[in-house]
Design a protein around this ligand. Structure first.
Ligand SMILES: Cc1ncc(COP(=O)(O)O)c(C=O)c1O
Length: 457
């Protein structure tokens, strides 16, 4: 398997040809899912004792499997949180794999971790956190949120050892991402959800805290605010929430997994004022920072607290910390040990293009949302549910039922035209099914938006 052979070289060339064509294609086929039975019928047995051969397996991938998978960077994929990795980042993702570097410890990954850290330094600089703040790249926002919240809980217990057996309590808002709820379950912590999907205000947090019993107040170990809610792009009152947390000695986490890129957009930066009060921040490069999957990031005001909470120990690992070339070990600051150097594609793309080009691309997402808002208001048959926020737009088609939205999404997707999914607004209380755009891809055009709205006529 590891000897050079001409078939492998030819296959490598084929694979590279596919990769180059895909990387340079500004409008790849959208990709439409097939049922498992259909795929089984088309693919047959693929994992066999003798192997089906690289050529056959790759042909199957190229002609069947990838076509049954959505191209997340399609310019008319505006559902969920799409992605739009830069060509440079995707290309460098191939290089990162080919380089085969272990990114957990400085001893093994020094050069590549150095480069990742350069990108991290830029991310940290966007937050306004003080000197000493730093972070690591994770598999995504869920892992980043979990790493931060576990650090918060361990710090809360370290301060008062009698809390060791006590169940912690997290406060967040209805607009918070579902991963916050899932992570509370993983940690077996209680979760208090305050308010609606609208902006979570410092005054609402203060009131919620005041209504808790003394014991409950002592159990609150973290408040999670959102810097760009996934559904509507709303940025919580970070200043107000941060000050309440400071005043009460509660860990303040800001989940900016989706919205974090906008920290670099001059037109939106002021909306994040107060983020510098955070104890930890999640930002996902694989969302609005144009990195390929999977790349999240968690940043800590005091990274040494994360190290204390999360670093793994084992006699077979001791040498990593004894080597003369000691340095930053990403494994110490998040929940995962073995890791690829997943921040490298971001680093390469940032180094190649410069941060100004990134700012332009974030501004374009915000601009597309504003333009879409104007177009929606102008059709006569659609209207905004609320003003666009960051790059999210919620809107309704007059007279449509939830079933109409579903049919519309299905129709556009299955003919390979667009993937725009409905959502619910005010999912706590009386929920209305509405349509939603989330703009990430700077290649999306005004014509794309107009053509999608036309399908609602
Ligand atoms: C605000 C927010 N937090 C966390 C997550 C979870 O991130 P991931 O899917 O990378 O685990 C998401 C995903 O959309 C998100 O929007």
């Amino acid at each position: 398997m590891h000897n050079v052979d001409i078939d492998v070289v030819e296959l490598t060339l084929d694979v590279m040809k596919f990769a180059i064509a895909r990387i340079t294609d500004a409008e790849p086929p959208l990709g439409v899912p097939r049922s498992e039975e259909e795929l089984k019928a088309l693919a047959g047995e693929t994992v066999t004792a003798k192997g089906i051969g690289g050529e056959t397996a790759f042909k199957l991938f190229r002609e069947v499997l990838v076509k049954a998978s959505v191209a997340i960077d399609h310019p008319r994929h505006l559902a969920f949180v799409p992605a739009s990795p830069t060509r440079a980042a995707v290309m460098f993702d191939l290089v990162t794999s080919a380089a085969s570097v272990h990114g957990a410890f400085w001893l093994e990954g020094a050069g590549c971790i150095f480069a990742e850290n350069e990108a991290m330094r830029w991310l940290v600089s966007l937050t306004g956190l003080p000197d000493g703040a730093f972070g690591v790249f994770t598999t995504g926002g869920t892992a980043a949120n979990l790493s931060a919240i576990v650090t918060a809980r361990e710090t809360w217990r370290d301060r008062h050892p009698e809390r060791v057996g006590k169940r912690g309590l997290i406060i967040t808002s209805a607009g918070a991402h579902s991963s916050v709820r899932s992570m509370a379950k993983v940690m077996d912590a209680d979760l208090l959800i305050v308010g609606s999907e609208e902006r979570f205000e410092g005054s609402a947090l203060r009131k919620a805290l005041d209504e808790l019993s003394a014991d409950e107040q002592d159990r609150v170990f973290a408040v999670v605010a959102t810097g760009g809610t996934t559904n509507a792009g709303i940025i919580d009152d970070l200043q107000g929430l941060g000050h309440v947390c400071r005043g009460r000695g509660i860990w303040f986490h800001v989940d900016a997994a989706y919205g974090g890129g906008a920290l670099a957009a001059r037109s939106a930066r002021h909306l994040f004022d107060g983020i510098e009060l955070a104890d930890s921040i999640t930002i996902d490069p694989h969302k609005w920072l144009f990195s390929p999957y999977d790349c999240g990031a968690v940043i800590y005001r005091h990274p040494e607290l994360a190290q204390k909470a999360l670093a793994q120990e084992g006699s077979y690992l001791d040498y990593f910390h004894e080597d003369v070339a000691k340095g930053f070990c990403p494994a110490d600051y998040q929940i995962q040990l073995t890791r690829r150097v997943r921040g490298l594609p971001l680093w390469f793309s940032l180094a190649m293009h410069g941060t100004d080009r990134y700012e332009q691309a974030f501004e374009r997402g915000i601009e597309l949302a504003r333009i879409a808002g104007e177009m929606i208001t102008g059709t006569g048959y659609t209207e905004l549910v609320r003003e666009p926020s960051l790059s999210c737009v919620l809107f309704r088609r007059h007279g449509w039922t939830p079933e109409d939205y579903k049919q519309w999404t299905h129709y556009n997707h299955h003919r390979g035209f667009a993937l725009v999914a409905p959502t619910k607004w005010k999912s706590y209380g009386s929920a209305e099914t509405v349509a939603r755009f989330c703009f990430i891809n700077p290649d999306t055009t005004e014509n794309d938006i107009a053509a999608i709205l036309e399908t609602m006529r």
